[in-house]
Design a protein around this ligand. Structure first.
Ligand SMILES: Nc1ncnc2c1ncn2[C@@H]1O[C@H](COP(=O)(O)OP(=O)(O)OP(=O)(O)O)[C@@H](O)[C@H]1O
Ligand SMILES: [Mg+2]
Length: 259
Protein backbone atom coordinates (compact mmCIF):
# COMPACT_ATOMS: atom_id res chain seq x y z
CA UNK A 1 0.00 0.00 0.00
CA UNK A 2 1.46 3.39 -0.96
CA UNK A 3 1.08 6.37 1.36
CA UNK A 4 -1.95 7.69 -0.53
CA UNK A 5 -3.83 4.37 -0.46
CA UNK A 6 -6.29 3.64 2.34
CA UNK A 7 -7.70 0.47 3.90
CA UNK A 8 -11.29 1.53 3.29
CA UNK A 9 -13.09 3.98 1.10
CA UNK A 10 -14.47 7.02 2.94
CA UNK A 11 -17.36 9.35 2.30
CA UNK A 12 -16.74 12.97 3.33
CA UNK A 13 -19.81 15.16 3.76
CA UNK A 14 -19.11 18.90 4.01
CA UNK A 15 -21.55 21.77 4.56
CA UNK A 16 -24.37 19.63 3.17
CA UNK A 17 -27.80 21.21 3.37
CA UNK A 18 -31.22 20.15 2.15
CA UNK A 19 -34.57 21.87 2.62
CA UNK A 20 -38.05 20.82 1.62
CA UNK A 21 -40.67 23.57 1.32
CA UNK A 22 -38.40 26.00 3.15
CA UNK A 23 -37.75 23.62 6.07
CA UNK A 24 -34.16 22.47 6.58
CA UNK A 25 -34.12 18.70 7.05
CA UNK A 26 -30.36 18.07 6.67
CA UNK A 27 -27.63 20.44 7.79
CA UNK A 28 -24.34 18.58 8.20
CA UNK A 29 -21.16 20.62 8.66
CA UNK A 30 -18.64 17.81 8.58
CA UNK A 31 -19.03 14.05 8.63
CA UNK A 32 -16.65 11.27 7.62
CA UNK A 33 -18.15 7.83 7.07
CA UNK A 34 -15.99 4.78 6.41
CA UNK A 35 -13.17 5.34 8.87
CA UNK A 36 -14.56 2.29 10.68
CA UNK A 37 -15.71 -0.95 9.07
CA UNK A 38 -19.36 -0.75 10.13
CA UNK A 39 -20.87 2.57 11.13
CA UNK A 40 -24.34 3.16 12.45
CA UNK A 41 -26.46 6.20 11.71
CA UNK A 42 -28.90 6.62 14.54
CA UNK A 43 -31.63 9.11 15.28
CA UNK A 44 -35.36 9.63 15.81
CA UNK A 45 -37.94 9.52 13.00
CA UNK A 46 -37.50 12.50 10.72
CA UNK A 47 -33.90 13.15 11.84
CA UNK A 48 -32.78 13.21 8.20
CA UNK A 49 -31.01 9.84 8.00
CA UNK A 50 -32.65 8.64 4.79
CA UNK A 51 -32.36 12.10 3.23
CA UNK A 52 -28.63 12.17 4.04
CA UNK A 53 -28.16 8.75 2.43
CA UNK A 54 -30.04 9.93 -0.65
CA UNK A 55 -27.84 13.04 -0.78
CA UNK A 56 -24.73 10.82 -0.63
CA UNK A 57 -26.11 8.76 -3.54
CA UNK A 58 -26.99 12.01 -5.33
CA UNK A 59 -30.50 10.66 -5.88
CA UNK A 60 -31.58 14.06 -4.56
CA UNK A 61 -29.50 17.17 -5.26
CA UNK A 62 -27.84 19.08 -2.42
CA UNK A 63 -28.89 22.69 -1.83
CA UNK A 64 -25.39 23.42 -0.55
CA UNK A 65 -22.18 21.57 0.18
CA UNK A 66 -20.33 18.58 -1.23
CA UNK A 67 -20.05 14.82 -0.81
CA UNK A 68 -16.75 13.26 -1.85
CA UNK A 69 -15.63 9.67 -2.11
CA UNK A 70 -12.07 8.95 -1.06
CA UNK A 71 -11.30 5.71 -2.81
CA UNK A 72 -9.04 2.95 -1.59
CA UNK A 73 -6.48 3.72 -4.31
CA UNK A 74 -6.07 7.25 -2.90
CA UNK A 75 -8.07 9.01 -5.63
CA UNK A 76 -11.03 11.27 -4.87
CA UNK A 77 -14.30 11.80 -6.69
CA UNK A 78 -17.06 14.33 -6.01
CA UNK A 79 -20.22 12.24 -5.67
CA UNK A 80 -22.43 15.32 -5.46
CA UNK A 81 -21.47 16.09 -9.07
CA UNK A 82 -21.85 12.53 -10.32
CA UNK A 83 -24.96 11.22 -12.10
CA UNK A 84 -26.67 8.71 -9.76
CA UNK A 85 -26.34 5.87 -12.30
CA UNK A 86 -22.54 6.09 -12.02
CA UNK A 87 -22.51 5.34 -8.29
CA UNK A 88 -22.32 1.54 -8.62
CA UNK A 89 -19.41 1.66 -11.06
CA UNK A 90 -17.61 3.87 -8.54
CA UNK A 91 -18.18 1.29 -5.82
CA UNK A 92 -20.98 3.05 -3.93
CA UNK A 93 -24.18 1.05 -3.41
CA UNK A 94 -27.33 1.66 -1.37
CA UNK A 95 -30.01 -0.83 -0.50
CA UNK A 96 -33.34 -0.03 -2.10
CA UNK A 97 -36.53 -1.05 -0.40
CA UNK A 98 -38.77 -1.01 -3.44
CA UNK A 99 -37.27 -2.62 -6.49
CA UNK A 100 -39.90 -2.95 -9.18
CA UNK A 101 -37.72 -5.29 -11.28
CA UNK A 102 -38.25 -7.94 -8.61
CA UNK A 103 -41.93 -8.12 -9.59
CA UNK A 104 -41.24 -8.98 -13.20
CA UNK A 105 -37.94 -10.85 -13.19
CA UNK A 106 -36.99 -14.15 -11.65
CA UNK A 107 -34.70 -14.11 -8.63
CA UNK A 108 -31.76 -15.21 -10.78
CA UNK A 109 -32.45 -12.73 -13.60
CA UNK A 110 -32.83 -9.79 -11.25
CA UNK A 111 -29.47 -10.60 -9.65
CA UNK A 112 -27.82 -11.04 -13.07
CA UNK A 113 -29.25 -7.70 -14.15
CA UNK A 114 -27.77 -6.04 -11.07
CA UNK A 115 -24.38 -7.60 -11.79
CA UNK A 116 -24.36 -6.77 -15.51
CA UNK A 117 -22.00 -3.98 -16.48
CA UNK A 118 -22.18 -2.14 -19.80
CA UNK A 119 -19.25 -4.29 -20.94
CA UNK A 120 -21.41 -7.41 -20.60
CA UNK A 121 -23.78 -6.25 -23.31
CA UNK A 122 -23.61 -8.32 -26.45
CA UNK A 123 -25.56 -8.43 -29.70
CA UNK A 124 -26.29 -12.07 -28.86
CA UNK A 125 -28.17 -11.54 -25.61
CA UNK A 126 -28.62 -15.16 -24.53
CA UNK A 127 -24.89 -15.79 -24.89
CA UNK A 128 -24.01 -12.79 -22.74
CA UNK A 129 -26.54 -13.88 -20.10
CA UNK A 130 -25.21 -17.42 -20.01
CA UNK A 131 -21.64 -16.18 -19.61
CA UNK A 132 -22.63 -13.80 -16.83
CA UNK A 133 -24.57 -16.55 -15.04
CA UNK A 134 -21.61 -18.93 -15.32
CA UNK A 135 -19.17 -16.33 -14.01
CA UNK A 136 -21.25 -15.59 -10.90
CA UNK A 137 -23.07 -18.91 -10.49
CA UNK A 138 -21.25 -20.16 -7.42
CA UNK A 139 -21.43 -16.85 -5.58
CA UNK A 140 -25.13 -16.35 -6.39
CA UNK A 141 -25.91 -19.89 -5.25
CA UNK A 142 -23.97 -19.37 -2.02
CA UNK A 143 -25.77 -16.13 -1.20
CA UNK A 144 -29.24 -17.50 -2.07
CA UNK A 145 -28.62 -20.67 -0.05
CA UNK A 146 -27.48 -18.85 3.06
CA UNK A 147 -30.78 -16.95 3.18
CA UNK A 148 -32.86 -20.03 2.34
CA UNK A 149 -34.19 -18.92 -1.03
CA UNK A 150 -36.01 -21.65 -2.93
CA UNK A 151 -36.02 -21.84 -6.69
CA UNK A 152 -33.96 -19.01 -8.25
CA UNK A 153 -36.04 -19.31 -11.40
CA UNK A 154 -39.16 -18.10 -9.62
CA UNK A 155 -40.18 -14.50 -8.98
CA UNK A 156 -39.57 -13.26 -5.40
CA UNK A 157 -42.88 -13.59 -3.59
CA UNK A 158 -43.27 -11.79 -0.28
CA UNK A 159 -42.15 -8.29 0.65
CA UNK A 160 -39.61 -9.90 3.01
CA UNK A 161 -38.18 -11.99 0.18
CA UNK A 162 -37.86 -8.91 -2.05
CA UNK A 163 -36.12 -7.03 0.72
CA UNK A 164 -33.72 -9.91 1.26
CA UNK A 165 -33.11 -10.20 -2.45
CA UNK A 166 -32.07 -6.57 -2.49
CA UNK A 167 -29.59 -7.29 0.30
CA UNK A 168 -28.23 -10.23 -1.72
CA UNK A 169 -27.86 -7.85 -4.68
CA UNK A 170 -25.81 -5.47 -2.49
CA UNK A 171 -23.63 -8.33 -1.21
CA UNK A 172 -22.93 -9.65 -4.72
CA UNK A 173 -21.82 -6.22 -5.94
CA UNK A 174 -19.05 -6.21 -3.27
CA UNK A 175 -19.06 -2.41 -3.08
CA UNK A 176 -16.39 -0.22 -1.51
CA UNK A 177 -19.14 1.65 0.33
CA UNK A 178 -22.51 0.12 1.21
CA UNK A 179 -25.35 2.20 2.62
CA UNK A 180 -28.11 0.17 4.27
CA UNK A 181 -31.35 1.92 5.22
CA UNK A 182 -33.22 -0.20 7.76
CA UNK A 183 -32.10 -3.49 6.17
CA UNK A 184 -33.66 -5.74 8.79
CA UNK A 185 -36.97 -3.90 9.38
CA UNK A 186 -39.78 -6.42 9.08
CA UNK A 187 -37.48 -9.45 8.87
CA UNK A 188 -37.74 -12.25 11.45
CA UNK A 189 -35.00 -12.54 14.09
CA UNK A 190 -33.24 -15.54 12.56
CA UNK A 191 -32.99 -13.81 9.17
CA UNK A 192 -31.82 -10.59 10.87
CA UNK A 193 -28.95 -12.60 12.37
CA UNK A 194 -28.06 -13.95 8.90
CA UNK A 195 -28.08 -10.44 7.43
CA UNK A 196 -25.85 -9.23 10.24
CA UNK A 197 -23.28 -11.96 9.68
CA UNK A 198 -23.31 -11.31 5.92
CA UNK A 199 -22.72 -7.59 6.56
CA UNK A 200 -19.88 -8.43 8.95
CA UNK A 201 -18.31 -10.67 6.32
CA UNK A 202 -18.53 -7.93 3.70
CA UNK A 203 -16.95 -5.42 6.08
CA UNK A 204 -14.11 -7.85 6.81
CA UNK A 205 -13.52 -7.98 3.07
CA UNK A 206 -12.89 -4.22 3.05
CA UNK A 207 -16.33 -2.68 2.42
CA UNK A 208 -17.22 0.42 4.46
CA UNK A 209 -20.74 -0.23 5.69
CA UNK A 210 -23.08 2.51 6.90
CA UNK A 211 -26.28 1.26 8.46
CA UNK A 212 -29.47 3.00 9.58
CA UNK A 213 -31.58 0.87 11.90
CA UNK A 214 -34.19 1.38 14.59
CA UNK A 215 -33.50 -2.17 15.83
CA UNK A 216 -30.96 -1.08 18.42
CA UNK A 217 -29.60 -4.59 19.03
CA UNK A 218 -28.40 -4.56 15.41
CA UNK A 219 -26.65 -1.22 15.98
CA UNK A 220 -25.02 -2.15 19.29
CA UNK A 221 -23.89 -5.58 18.06
CA UNK A 222 -22.74 -4.69 14.58
CA UNK A 223 -21.30 -1.21 14.63
CA UNK A 224 -17.77 -0.09 15.45
CA UNK A 225 -18.88 3.54 15.57
CA UNK A 226 -22.22 5.32 15.69
CA UNK A 227 -23.21 8.76 14.43
CA UNK A 228 -26.19 10.30 16.19
CA UNK A 229 -28.42 12.66 14.20
CA UNK A 230 -31.40 14.74 15.30
CA UNK A 231 -33.28 17.51 13.51
CA UNK A 232 -31.00 17.23 10.48
CA UNK A 233 -27.76 17.72 12.39
CA UNK A 234 -24.99 15.39 13.44
CA UNK A 235 -24.85 15.74 17.21
CA UNK A 236 -22.11 13.24 17.96
CA UNK A 237 -20.07 10.34 16.67
CA UNK A 238 -18.49 7.83 19.00
CA UNK A 239 -18.27 4.15 19.94
CA UNK A 240 -21.61 2.37 20.56
CA UNK A 241 -21.16 2.24 24.34
CA UNK A 242 -20.57 5.99 24.62
CA UNK A 243 -23.55 6.77 22.35
CA UNK A 244 -25.78 4.40 24.27
CA UNK A 245 -25.02 6.10 27.58
CA UNK A 246 -24.99 9.69 26.36
CA UNK A 247 -27.64 11.78 28.08
CA UNK A 248 -28.51 13.72 24.92
CA UNK A 249 -29.04 10.50 22.94
CA UNK A 250 -31.15 9.11 25.79
CA UNK A 251 -33.18 12.32 25.96
CA UNK A 252 -33.77 12.73 22.22
CA UNK A 253 -34.09 9.11 21.14
CA UNK A 254 -33.56 6.18 23.45
CA UNK A 255 -35.74 7.28 26.36
CA UNK A 256 -34.81 6.87 30.01
CA UNK A 257 -35.98 3.26 30.24
CA UNK A 258 -33.81 1.80 27.47
CA UNK A 259 -31.95 -1.41 28.33
N1 LIG B 1 -39.33 14.45 -0.64
C1 LIG B 1 -39.65 15.08 0.49
N2 LIG B 1 -40.47 16.14 0.49
C2 LIG B 1 -40.79 16.79 1.63
N3 LIG B 1 -40.30 16.46 2.85
C3 LIG B 1 -39.46 15.41 2.92
C4 LIG B 1 -39.09 14.66 1.75
N4 LIG B 1 -38.25 13.68 2.13
C5 LIG B 1 -38.11 13.80 3.46
N5 LIG B 1 -38.83 14.83 3.94
C6 LIG B 1 -38.90 15.27 5.34
O1 LIG B 1 -37.58 15.41 5.80
C7 LIG B 1 -37.47 15.01 7.16
C8 LIG B 1 -36.39 13.96 7.27
O2 LIG B 1 -36.87 12.78 6.68
P1 LIG B 1 -36.03 11.45 6.58
O3 LIG B 1 -36.85 10.48 5.82
O4 LIG B 1 -34.68 11.77 6.06
O5 LIG B 1 -35.91 11.02 8.11
P2 LIG B 1 -35.33 9.70 8.75
O6 LIG B 1 -34.32 10.09 9.76
O7 LIG B 1 -34.90 8.77 7.70
O8 LIG B 1 -36.61 9.13 9.54
P3 LIG B 1 -37.11 7.62 9.76
O9 LIG B 1 -36.31 7.10 10.93
O10 LIG B 1 -38.56 7.78 10.12
O11 LIG B 1 -36.91 6.84 8.50
C9 LIG B 1 -38.85 14.53 7.57
O12 LIG B 1 -39.50 15.57 8.25
C10 LIG B 1 -39.53 14.23 6.26
O13 LIG B 1 -40.92 14.40 6.36
MG1 LIG C 1 -35.55 6.88 7.05
Amino acid sequence: MTSSERTRAEIHVRGAKKSFSGRTVVDVDELVLGDSAVEGLLGPNGAGKTTLMRMIMHSIPLDEGTVTLHKRDGSTITLSELPPHQMVSNGVVKSTQVVSDFDQLTILDSLLLALATPGDESPIRWKAERELAKKHEEEIRHQLDRFGFGNPNEVAGSAGEKKLLDIVRCLLLKPDVLLLDEPTAGLPDDITQLVMSAVRELALGGTSVVIVEHDLEVIWELCDEVTFMAEGRVLMKSDPETIRNNSLVVEKYLGADHA
